[in-house]
Write a protein that binds this ligand. Structure first.
Ligand SMILES: [Cu+2]
Length: 117
């Protein structure tokens, strides 16, 4: 009896998930991890006008995440997920970088957000 209820619930949520995806308004999650002295991935491609959630984590120490073209900045703290939600509203290539000094390679810690039209 219990099992039957569980299956019904699973089926229900699967169908619900399909409906939500078709609506295309759910923000897509993009995971980016940071460590000395790089982001992985360091190139992320998104669609203009579609909301995205950046899920930022750090593998070693506090890093920063700054993307001036979209007015974004946050700390990335080890052991936490830092979520940044925004809608890229213009196509182009935009850089993000670490703005918390983290050692000798800090100046090279950067990546690119590619926003497709
Ligand atoms: Cu840094």
């Amino acid at each position: 009896m219990k099992r039957r209820v569980l299956v019904a619930l699973l089926l229900g949520s699967a169908v619900g998930g399909v409906v939500r995806l078709e609506a295309a308004e759910q923000p897509g999650e993009i995971k980016i991890s940071a460590k000395k002295f790089e982001y992985h991935p360091n190139k992320v491609t998104v669609k203009a006008g579609q909301p995205v959630v950046l899920v930022l984590t750090s593998e070693d120490r506090i890093h920063g995440f700054k993307m001036p073209d979209f007015g974004l900045r946050t700390d990335i703290v080890p052991g936490q997920e830092t979520r940044v939600t925004f809608t890229p509203d213009k196509p182009g290539n935009f850089s993000f970088f670490c703005d918390v000094f983290c050692g000798d390679g800090h100046e090279d810690m950067e990546g690119t957000l590619v926003v497709e039209a």
